[in-house]
Design a protein around this ligand. Structure first.
Ligand SMILES: [Zn+2]
Length: 80
């Protein structure tokens, strides 16, 4: 069973991914200023995704609550 903390980090991560996705959809090559604003927004969202993803893996690693949850492939990818 995933622990409560892990579940809440996952929830934030999913939320950040959704924001990133909609920010990326707003990238329109039509206007330079608009594009720049949308780009900044999507970059911020992307960084948030990265942070939450790192927090998720960090928690897994420290807490060991995901040891047999089949997430080994994602962890392996991270470490190469
Ligand atoms: Zn945990």
């Amino acid at each position: 069973m995933p622990c409560e903390k892990w579940s809440s980090i996952l929830c934030w991560y999913r939320c950040a991914v959704r924001i990133y996705s909609s920010a990326a959809r707003a990238l329109d090559p039509g206007g330079t200023a608009e594009f720049h604003t949308a780009w900044e927004r999507s970059e911020e969202a992307r960084k948030a995704c990265d942070r939450f993803r790192a927090a998720l893996l960090e928690h897994e690693h420290r807490h060991g609550c995901q040891d047999q949850a089949g997430l080994e492939s994602s962890t392996a990818m991270r470490h190469g």
